[in-house]
Design a protein around this ligand. Structure first.
Ligand SMILES: Nc1ncnc2c1ncn2[C@@H]1O[C@H](COP(=O)(O)OP(=O)(O)OP(=O)(O)O)[C@@H](O)[C@H]1O
Length: 339
């Protein structure tokens, strides 16, 4: 791997050689295979890639949310210098909430069905600071208004099943943002929301980033969201980062044949909906049976190098990028022109 310039400020999150193996009836699934990246203060890193490329597992691993009996996680994941992967379960519980906010696609996995929305919000607010009950409730109502929930004064006393799916998701987002976390992990967080509400949430997250320097990992299939919110993009395939760089570099000057395939049917990014990633012929590799060599070669339309099938290409700098941030790709067959 080529040497990278020293980052100017200390990252919020520094992931180094993250690997996740899952024990399955069909053998060991190598789901994340040496992922390294950083998220700076106030920075948004979008993680894209087809279904099954390891995006969700890679963030669940960071937060200790994979089943301990079947998952083996190695590497380092420093949250403001403290390694999440070696933290005690107690410390990790303390860190979630004030340190890391998480929003997953299905709000019911995060909400407690037997507690009111207000109770769930105020518990989070009060657990991490000396706040009176009344002040926490007022803050909860304010947050619900900020995420665009109609009638927040009344919504605060409702149970999750009394709300629509989109409203529940906004409650989860409010909980994740309640303590102004250092890091926000959003996994298809706004996919189910309509465009207006989505825009409102994206604005809210941007404000949080400006005010508190929150770093954001945004996992999405929606290129409109990537183009709209990301500073940098990380493209995953077969549990590896195959290309990363600034949003302009990756979306406008992709060099990896996989990224170029994903963006193949690139719609007009200025259009409101942005569109989803394109479909590439063939199927992704099974994590129990990853190919030798370049992880993409069985589906690659290029295969232009003798090493493709035998030697794994390193993630190497392919251009310095317009913003001076490196543009990297792991391929023997770089195409197009990097910046
Ligand atoms: N608990 C588990 N046990 C075994 N395999 C799993 C488990 N969770 C995920 N996997 C496998 O790990 C791989 C990566 O899954 P992951 O959910 O991280 O993909 P993803 O990129 O987030 O996909 P999507 O975009 O569909 O959410 C898949 O092959 C999936 O089947």
């Amino acid at each position: 791997m080529s040497a990278l310039p020293e980052p100017a400020v200390e990252p919020v999150l520094e992931v180094e050689d993250l690997r996740v193996d899952l024990r399955t009836p069909r053998g060991t699934a190598h789901v994340v295979n040496g992922l390294s990246y950083t998220v700076g203060p106030g920075e948004t890193v979008a993680v894209v890639g087809e279904s099954g490329s390891g995006k969700s597992v890679s963030v669940l691993a960071l937060m200790g949310l994979l089943p301990a009996r079947t998952a083996t996680v190695t590497g380092r994941a420093l949250l403001r210098g403290e390694d999440l992967l070696t933290m005690s379960p107690d410390r990790l519980r303390q860190v979630r909430g004030p340190g890391v906010g998480m929003v997953f696609q299905d709000p019911m996995t995060s909400l407690n069905p037997v507690l009111t929305v207000g109770r769930q919000l105020t518990e989070g607010i009060r657990a991490h600071g000396a706040v009176s009950k009344a002040a926490a409730r007022a803050r909860a109502v304010e947050l619900l208004g900020e995420v665009g929930l109609p009638d927040p004064d009344r919504a605060v006393d409702r149970y999750p099943h009394e709300l629509s799916g989109g409203m529940r998701q906004r409650v989860v987002i409010a909980i994740a943002l309640a303590n102004s976390p250092s890091l926000l992990i959003a996994d298809e967080a706004t996919t189910a929301l309509d465009v207006t509400v989505q825009a409102q949430i994206l604005d809210l997250v941007e404000r949080l980033q400006a005010d508190h320097g929150t770093g954001v990992i945004w996992i999405t299939h929606d290129l409109g969201v990537v183009a709209g919110v990301a500073d940098r993009v990380l493209v995953m395939y077969g549990g590896r980062c195959v290309e990363d760089g600034t949003v302009d570099d990756v979306l406008e000057r992709p060099v990896h044949p996989y990224t170029r395939g994903l963006l193949g049917a690139l719609p007009d990014l200025a259009a409101d909906d942005g569109g989803d990633l394109a479909t590439i012929p063939g199927t992704p590799p099974a994590p129990t049976d990853l190919p030798a060599g370049c992880v993409f070669w069985p589906r690659c339309p290029v295969r232009g190098d003798a090493r493709c099938e035998t030697e794994q290409p390193p993630l190497a700098v392919v251009g310095s990028g317009r913003a001076g941030l490196p543009h990297r790709a792991a391929t023997w067959c770089a195409e197009g022109e990097a910046s």
